[in-house]
Structures are given as structure tokens and as C-alpha cells.
Design a protein around this ligand. Structure first.
Ligand SMILES: Nc1ncnc2c1ncn2[C@@H]1O[C@H](COP(=O)(O)OP(=O)(O)O)[C@@H](O)[C@H]1O
Ligand SMILES: [Mg+2]
Length: 304
């Protein structure tokens, strides 16, 4: 099954590795295959609009590229939405949900914020009004915390805390969607360095039974080989080393050794996990235009 045929792709990885950049690249690559895509950010984050040069955060979908929308979800927005759609008591919802008490309530129950946001995503996928679903694919910029894919854990544990009622039903729907490998895929983003690769291996092992959903690994900020192994470089290196250009030789050697450790780290990841790794090149700047280069690289992920 092709990655882009899923309904939800959760892009995860430790902060700073390029999760958001990878999510954008995957969304653009899927849109290039004709999919209608939405990138969802959580917790009110709005890095995606920034990358595409949009004015700012919006809970309502904003068009960021042809075939690609972006939404910035927050637990409060989603709870309000859920209240209106499911509890159908708008005035009460406003009164109860839009105050400090609600924020405290959302905060006090572990997993409730995650559940609200996942509920919105599930709604977009499963309960559209009208004939056609608004999107073929939602790409979720999913935070990785200490214990792996906590979003799914949240839905599970919240389901255990409740028994009946709309919250309980919602958690059950979410758990079913997130644990179905035909509908939900997990993509882990990493960097080609020792430490991030170790962290990715930890993250993957913490997926436990959800490991089946791990569809791909993306190595971001990948460097190309600075100097060819083949002659004439080795000969030129000897000549430079013999002259007074030894500083140049040191720089070249450093670049080469960074690349060599990148390749070693990625090879270790590949053999340990047994999945191909898509490589997103390191760019001078990430913006709407240069993302097209990354999107092209992300098209490698289409192959099952
Ligand atoms: N392939 C890349 N080439 C160059 N810079 C990148 C690349 N990917 C990410 N960056 C930069 O690295 C920083 C972190 O990337 P981001 O996608 O926001 O990471 P995360 O979402 O994991 O925190 C950003 O400033 C981004 O522009
Ligand atoms: Mg991010």
C-alpha cells in the first residue's frame, strides 16, 4: 500500500529534527499525486503558515499550496467545535468551555487535550457533511514526547477512564482510526547523526504494538558527499597536503568525515528497522519555493 493512500499520516520525531518541514514536504508530494491534503498542527502551533508566507494561525483551513490546506488546532477550538456538533448546546458550550475553568479542566485530565484535537481530525476524515470528504489525506505534525506516540496512548487511556457517553464513543472511534494500519501511517523523522538516530530507535521501540503502522523513515537535512572518493580528489589532496594548503585539506577532511558518519548512522538505522529511508536534502533556507525540492525528494515515499 502506498504511503499516500492512507487517510492519516502522523509525522513524528524529536523536536528540531524537521518534523514540520517533513510534514509539509509529504503533503506537497501527495498533492502532486492528485491528493487533496491538509496539514494539521497541534497545540495552537502555526509554523506551517509561516513557512508558506501566510499571515498567521487559523483554526479554519487555509490554502497554503495547490491542493494543500493547513489548520492549526488547539484543544479549546476543538472542544468548542465538538461541543457544538455533538452536544448541540451552543450557548452552554460557550459559557462553560470558554473560560479559565475550561482551560483548567482540559489541563487536569491527562490526554483530554490530545483527544479533542484528534477528534477534530477524525471528524474531518470520517464525518464530513456533504457527499465527499474534504480531504483524501491529513498530514499530522505530531509531537513526540518521552513515551512515543502519546496521542494514541492518550486516546486509549481516556477511553479506559470513561464508560459511556459522547466522550467515550469519540475515544473509541479515535483508537480505531489510529490503530488501523490501512488508514493511519506513522512516519518518523530523524537526522543523519548518531544521537538523533539513537533517539529515533528509542522512539520506534516505544511504539510497541503500533510498530505495524510505521510506514517510513525520513532522514532530514541530509548532506551530499562533499568530495568524490574516486581520483582525482585523492591525488589532489596529496598535492595540497604537500603544499602550504593544509588548511584546505583539513576543511575537506572534516566535511568528508561528517558525511561518513552521516552515512554510518543512516545505514545503522536502516538495518535495525528494515525500512527504506527517504532523504530530504539540507537546504540553505526552507520556504514555499525551496520546499518543492524537498517535496520531490518525499515522492520516494510513495513506493510501498
Ligand atoms: N532540509 C532542511 N534544510 C535546511 N534547513 C532545514 C531543513 N529542515 C528543517 N530545517 C530548518 O530547521 C529548523 C527546524 O525545522 P522544523 O521543521 O521546524 O523542525 P521541528 O518541527 O522538528 O521542530 C527550521 O528552522 C527549519 O527551517
Ligand atoms: Mg515543528
Amino acid at each position: 500500500m502506498s504511503l499516500f493512500d492512507h487517510q492519516l499520516i502522523a509525522v513524528t520525531g524529536k523536536g528540531g529534527v524537521g518534523r514540520t518541514t517533513a510534514a509539509c514536504s509529504i503533503a506537497l508530494a501527495a498533492a502532486a499525486q492528485g491528493k487533496r491534503v491538509c496539514i494539521a498542527e497541534l497545540a495552537g502551533l502555526a509554523r506551517v503558515p509561516e513557512v508558506f508566507g501566510l499571515p498567521g494561525r487559523s483554526y479554519a483551513p487555509q490554502r497554503c499550496a495547490p491542493g494543500v490546506d493547513t489548520m492549526s488546532l488547539s484543544a479549546l477550538d476543538c472542544l468548542d467545535d465538538f461541543g457544538r456538533k455533538r452536544l448541540k448546546i451552543q450557548a452552554l458550550v460557550r459559557l462553560v468551555f470558554h473560560n479559565r475553568l475550561t482551560a483548567a479542566f482540559l489541563d487536569a485530565i491527562p490526554g483530554l487535550q490530545d483527544m479533542q484535537q484528534l477528534g477534530k481530525i477524525r471528524h474531518l476524515i470520517e464525518e464530513y457533511e456533504g457527499d465527499e470528504p474534504p480531504y483524501d489525506l491529513i498530514v499530522l505534525d505530531a509531537p513526540a514526547t518521552g513515551h512515543g506516540l502519546t496521542l494514541l496512548d492518550s486516546a486509549r487511556s481516556l477511553g479506559e477512564m470513561t464508560r459511556v457517553g459522547p466522550f467515550y464513543e469519540e475515544t473509541q472511534h479515535i483508537v480505531r482510526l489510529l490503530s488501523d494500519p490501512d488508514r493511519t501511517a506513522i512516519v518518523v523523522v530523524t537526522l543523519g547523526e548518531e544521537l538523533p538516530v539513537n533517539e529515533s530507535l528509542e522512539l520506534i521501540s516505544s511504539l510497541g504494538e503500533d510498530r505495524a503502522q510505521l510506514a517510513a523513515i525520513v532522514a532530514n537535512q541530509v548532506r551530499s558527499q562533499p568530495l568524490p572518493d574516486a581520483p582525482p580528489w585523492p591525488k589532489l589532496r596529496d598535492a595540497l597536503a604537500a603544499s602550504d594548503q593544509t588548511d584546505l585539506v583539513s576543511l575537506a577532511d572534516a566535511a568528508q568525515s561528517t558525511w561518513t558518519s552521516q552515512e554510518r548512522a543512516l545505514a545503522r538505522l536502516r538495518t535495525t528497522i528494515g525500512l527504506p529511508i527517504a532523504r530530504l536534502p539540507r537546504l540553505p533556507v526552507v520556504d514555499a519555493e525551496s520546499l518543492l525540492i524537498l517535496a520531490e525528494a518525499a515522492e520516494q515515499l510513495e513506493e510501498p
